[in-house]
Design a protein around this ligand. Structure first.
Ligand code: ADP
Ligand code: ASP
Ligand code: MG
Length: 410
């Protein structure tokens, strides 16, 4: 007997037939004698629609009200799945984040989990009842509903798995595992039976949305065994084996590059001709950080005339907020103009092998040059190289790099 947390993403619960399919899978685990809790996302497209409503009313909306709206998608699916399970004769009850409670900080819209009470969930599991928990949501310090950032149901699932000390956290989605890159844009991508926590963390953080970054961070910290698998494919009446996220030393054959990720949720800002003096970076990035804007890549040019251009990238959704902050500080910063570009994408190659092998970045630059793709910004870490390019080259760049690093399936 195992204790399992099963998480189903948006496409897996996209309509009533799929919710019935999910209910059958959950029943199978219950019938096998396992203790089961389930986490669900909103039906596919619903969260986007809700975000769209909020954005249409106000680009600079109150994040608490954004959360009040966008958290509702998951409420619907948790209730529906509980009903579908009851129809199959499985004891089930739906729960929203605040009822668990899953407590978060007050960073509304991208809140971090501060604690999860697993006791009641364990009691219910032991009594043979399946708890169906609405993912993506929790309750903030002032009793307001808070959401965990896009893709946050993965993090709800891992946090619950840690809280109930589950043997496994199975993330069911619309692909049958983690691939060397997004299989939707590179059909020759290869499935990775195992991927190291660190590589998965880095891939997720640069755009491989198969797992939310924080879910991997939390799994690594709490030693949760995460498996990514398909909610559609089946093998002999059981699940098709997926990908396991494991410690680096559990992987026998390590590739230099494990995978390639892309992100279209990028924007570039250039602040022209700011005075080049000590403290200028602090006075640009301090107010952005105070406004909850996360800056990613940064380049500062040197210049002979005492001024410099500062270029940085951020999430496209944060651009309107960043522009307001920069305008408010225009006099203090003393720049001449601000240029913005949302038509950019970030491409990253990731692999723990980079620690000991040189030449990964050089191969990336050569491959992109051969395709005539201009690199606008570069950043590196110990196990990653990222470049910013024109958004129209995203697929071309990912495919070319996938081939260049020898990742294409035979
Ligand atoms: P869910 O709704 O189940 O949470 P997501 O859409 O958030 O699903 O994540 C699954 C998607 O992640 C896949 O459909 C795939 O297009 C994308 N993806 C991006 N990179 C990868 C990768 N390296 N391996 C597998 N899937 C990936
Ligand atoms: N429904 C939320 C989203 O679309 C959370 C999730 O699916 O994980 O971002
Ligand atoms: Mg997801």
């Amino acid at each position: 007997m195992s204790r399992i947390v099963m998480k189903f993403g948006g496409t897996s619960v996209a309509d009533l037939d799929r919710i019935r399919n999910v209910a059958r899978r959950v029943k199978r685990e219950v019938d096998a004698g396992n203790e089961v809790a389930v986490v669900v996302s909103a039906m596919s497209g619903v969260t986007n629609q809700l975000v769209g409503y909020v954005d249409s009313l106000s680009k600079l909306h109150d994040p608490r009200e954004y959360d009040a709206v966008v958290a509702t998608g998951e409420n619907v699916t948790s209730g529906l799945l509980a009903i579908a399970l009851q129809e199959l004769g499985v004891k089930a009850r739906s729960w929203q984040g605040w009822q668990i409670p899953l407590r978060t900080d007050d960073a509304f819209g991208k809140a971090r989990i501060e604690g999860v009470d697993g006791n009641l969930l364990i009691e219910r599991m032991q009594a043979g009842e399946v708890s169906v928990v609405a993912g993506f949501q929790g309750i903030g310090p002032d009793n307001r509903i808070a959401t965990l950032g896009r893709g946050g149901s993965d993090t709800s699932a891992v946090a619950l798995a840690a809280a109930v000390k589950a043997d496994r956290c199975d993330i069911y989605t619309d692909v049958d595992g983690v691939y060397t890159t997004d299989p939707r844009i590179v059909p020759r991508a290869r499935k990775l039976p195992r991927i190291a926590y660190e590589e998965m963390l880095e891939l997720a953080s640069v755009g491989a949305k198969v797992l939310q970054t924080r879910s991997v961070e939390l799994a690594m910290k709490e030693r949760v065994r995460v498996q990514v698998l398909s909610s559609f494919a089946e093998a002999d009446g059981g699940d098709l084996p997926g990908s396991l996220v494991v410690d680096e030393d559990e992987i026998v054959e390590k590739e230099i590059v494990a995978g390639i990720a892309y992100s279209r949720d990028e924007a570039k800002v250039t602040i022209r001709r700011v005075p080049d003096r000590p403290g200028i970076a602090a006075s640009i990035f301090g107010p952005l950080s105070d406004a909850g804007v996360n800056v990613d890549m940064i380049v500062q040019n040197t210049s002979a005339d005492g001024t410099t251009d500062m270029t940085f990238t951020l999430s496209r959704t944060d651009l309107p907020r960043a522009q307001v902050v920069m305008e408010e500080n225009k006099e203090k910063l003393g720049y001449t103009e601000i240029l913005t570009d949302s038509n950019v994408a970030k491409i990253s190659v990731v692999g723990v092998g980079m620690r000991s092998h040189a030449g990964v970045a050089a191969t990336m630059f050569k491959t992109l040059a051969a395709k005539g793709i201009n690199i606008e910004v570069i950043s590196t870490s110990e196990i990653k190289v990222s470049v910013l390019i024109g958004a129209e080259y995203t697929e071309l760049a990912v495919r070319a790099l996938h081939t260049a690093y020898g990742l294409d399936a035979a």
